[in-house]
Ligand binder design. Structure first.
Ligand code: NOJ
Length: 739
């Protein structure tokens, strides 16, 4: 063979090899890896460690982790980030016998380097496009930093603002929550896994974690099967349908059985009925937590129950690693469960392309280029603007005039930076965060801008009140920025008192007593109770925690450069005693029909039934009119879609966006139905005087409900159709009779 011929022969061999590799399906490739694996190596793939110490100074824990990685005893690491560190740790995994790459995972909840509004805030935008973009930016940045997998979105429906984790989700509504779940999954993952600028998403916490009893984190959940299927599961189903790569189970019990050991949830519903093909990671230590729950008497029993129930990967319990092999050898756990879990995990590693190049996400040049791309700041600013909810605006005190000469900014959050990032941020880096003080200063370059803290969030001192009051007296306009600090919401941050902490409401009363109009900006990770402010403030802006561009977005709303368009994704109670309070409740047999007559009615004798602010509520600087409601049919068949159309008009003087909402009530059924339930919405931009024809669709699945014996069913009869700008502001009504 001459030299040239030899070379081309080799090239063509390599080509055939490549074609062959390409022709092999991922399933075949998974199979061929599985064939090489020992039981110990298989169990290694099911083990996930947190690696905060793994890149730090030498320690026993570090040696222990590195040793396990080198021995192929680890499938995934969380909390290792950055190209340098992920490369270094991946290289150690590649020293193992089979060189199976690690998955790097992290809680990228609302942004990575660029901080976006907290998820509850973004949900107030009802803007699926910006929500998707936000997840996409988080994916681009984290993927460029070596991350393959985020533990987001949290799709838990939450009806209890005492629970600190309301900040992480989409609020109380199932329909809105399902749409947002889908948008977030598509934003993180793109249409298909494998692109180096996208990461795997994780629908968590499966399931019903948001229903933790009394709003206390990690508490049990006791709900009916009907509630589980109708209220809590649909956002998970939407995430699964959108192709979410992974699920995380939850810390709670569901009707007595911990979610981690719950075969009904994981085997029957998720992997059975829904035919879910991704894998399930436990929550942190949730396998071993089944022992204190009183569900497993030791780590061995906990491991057995978890793997049999369908928990594929063990986050930080070291239960599988220590116990599974013994259980298989003792004949207590069928190896088929382990094989199935390994297969699901390897499948994702192949889909991400890690077997072809384990370092493909860890590219230093890309990391430098992507991180802090200025275009991301404009996206997070748009997200922040859209997340703001205007709760009150007496006498159109807002927007403020840009020709103000002397403005007083009062309150502990005026110049807050870290707080505006909220809980769950990867980099607590305040360099990019624009405070309200900075945002206002940039906007009003010619004005005198006073700033007095007035009160603190964490103590009850009133010494600074007089200074704040003096400043208010001398100002043309007063803006107070009050609320919680970032550490008061998030995981393990439940509160029994969701009022403004410290003396902030007293500070408000003192400032308001000056007689000056007072605009209040509230920041928090949950709905707060603020009755004095609600009654007396001239305007209230609910600003959650808005991320990097919060201060600019708030200044835009204060001075009319952005017309607020957010609507509440969760009900705001008047007091803690009303909780749980949500809009889609049942009517009861003794509903209050006249608020003045509550005798022997389902009511409180010391507070009204209705909330401080209802689900779907939010004001604008313009006004909208709804007219001409039409249904495509008043007598649909069960398989027919009903189209609901109406005209939406901007009747005010400025352009604005309205979130038009469609609610339905199934008037009589074999299982009582809520007074109303959201079934569609549209965020519509209109110029002054402009009108648009809006059409909503009621597809047959929107008429179904869950019967505990029969599953999802639809019953004939009357359905009421309601269209409006909030759950308590219905503008148009009609009905149809389902055949
Ligand atoms: C516990 C939390 O419940 C979960 O949401 C998070 O993803 C993990 N810790 C990992 O940090």
């Amino acid at each position: 063979m001459n030299k040239n011929l030899g070379l081309s022969f080799l090239i063509s061999l390599a080509f055939v090899g490549q074609v062959h590799a390409q022709r092999k399906t991922i399933t075949q490739r998974v199979d061929s890896v599985m064939k090489l694996m020992t039981i110990t190596e298989k169990i290694g793939q099911l083990n996930q460690y947190s690696g905060r110490e793994v890149t730090g100074p030498a320690s026993d824990r570090k040696n222990y982790l590195l040793n396990d990685i080198k021995n192929g005893m680890v499938g995934s690491m969380l909390n290792v980030k950055g190209v340098k560190d992920t490369r270094e740790i991946q290289a150690i995994a590649l020293q193992s016998r089979l060189k199976i790459p690690l998955l790097f995972s992290l809680d990228v909840i609302h942004g990575y380097k660029t901080v976006f509004p907290i998820p509850l805030a973004e949900s107030a935008s009802w803007d699926l496009d910006i929500i998707k973009q936000s997840a996409q930016v988080a994916a681009e940045e984290s993927a460029a930093s070596g991350i393959h997998w985020t533990f987001a979105p949290m799709v838990d429906i939450a009806r209890d603002p005492r629970w600190g984790r309301v900040m992480e989700g989409a609020g109380e509504d199932t329909y809105l929550g399902a749409q947002i779940a889908k948008a977030r999954v598509l934003g993180f993952q793109g249409e298909k896994l494998g692109s180096v600028d996208r990461i795997m998403a994780c629908a968590k916490h499966f399931a019903a974690y948001g229903a933790a009893m009394a709003g206390r984190d990690y508490n049990p959940v006791d709900i009916s099967k009907q509630q589980l299927h109708e209220i809590y599961l649909p956002p998970f189903k939407a995430a699964a349908d959108a192709g979410v790569a992974t699920f995380m189970n939850s810390f709670n019990t569901l009707n007595g059985v911990p979610a981690t050991g719950n075969a009904y949830l994981q085997r029957q519903i998720l992997k059975g009925d829904w035919k879910y093909k991704g894998f399930v990671v436990s929550d942190w230590g949730s396998i071993k937590e089944m022992i204190p729950w009183g569900f497993a008497k030791n780590l061995s029993e906990a491991s057995e129950k978890a793997i049999v129930a369908g928990s594929d990967m063990d986050m930080e319990s070291e239960a599988y690693k220590k116990e599974l092999e013994k259980l298989v050898k003792a004949g207590k756990v069928d190896v088929k469960y382990i094989d199935e879990a390994v297969r699901r995990i390897l499948q994702k590693k192949f889909e991400l392309g890690l077997f072809d190049d384990p370092y493909r996400f860890s590219d230093e040049k890309r990391e430098q280029k992507v991180m802090n791309d200025p275009k991301y700041q404009s996206i997070t600013k748009a997200a922040a603007q859209k997340s703001i909810v205007l709760l009150k605006n007496t006498n159109q005190v807002l927007p403020l005039s840009k020709s103000l000469k002397n403005i007083a900014l009062i309150g502990p959050l005026v110049n807050a930076k870290r707080d505006q990032a909220g809980s769950w941020v990867v980099y607590a880096d305040t360099a990019n965060i624009v405070s309200v003080y900075e945002g206002v200063k940039q906007k009003l370059t010619g004005a005198k801008i006073g700033f007095s803290q007035g009160a603190s969030i964490t103590d009850t001192s009133t010494v600074d009140f007089s200074n704040a009051v003096k400043m208010a007296k001398n100002a043309d306009a007063v803006v107070m920025v009050l609320g919680e600090n970032w550490e008061m919401s998030g995981e393990a941050k439940s509160r029994t008192d969701i009022g403004l902490p410290g003396k902030q409401e007293a500070l408000f009363n003192a400032v308001k007593a000056t007689g000056k109009p007072v605009v209040v900006v509230l920041m928090a990770g949950r709905p707060l109770v603020f009755n004095d402010i609600a009654a007396k403030a001239d305007a209230i802006i609910y600003a959650w925690f808005l991320g990097d561009q919060g201060g600019n977005a708030i200044a835009d709303v204060l001075f009319g450069d952005y017309n607020p368009s957010g609507k509440l994704p969760i009900t705001f109670p008047r007091n803690v005693g009303q909780i749980p309070i949500f809009y889609n409740h049942y009517n009861t047999g003794r509903p209050v029909t006249k608020p003045t007559d509550i005798r022997y009615k389902s009511a409180y004798i010391d507070a009204p039934n209705d909330p401080a602010y209802a689900f779907g509520y939010g004001l604008s600087y313009t006004t909208f009119a709804y007219s001409d409601l039409k249904l495509s049919t008043n007598n649909p068949q069960k398989n027919e879609t009903v189209k609901v159309s109406f005209t939406l008009s901007n009747t005010g003087k400025v352009a604005g966006e309205e979130v038009a909402q469609l609610y339905l009530q199934d008037t009589f059924a074999s299982v009582v139905r809520p007074v109303k339930a959201l079934k569609d919405f549209a965020k519509v931009k209109l110029n002054p005087g402009e009108s648009k024809l809006i059409t909503f669709e009621i597809t047959p699945d929107k008429l179904a409900f869950y019967d505990e014996q029969k599953g999802w069913i639809t019953e004939s009869g009357e359905f009421k159709v309601m269209v409006g700008g909030a759950s308590n502001d219905i503008k148009l009504k009609s009905s149809f009779e389902l055949k």
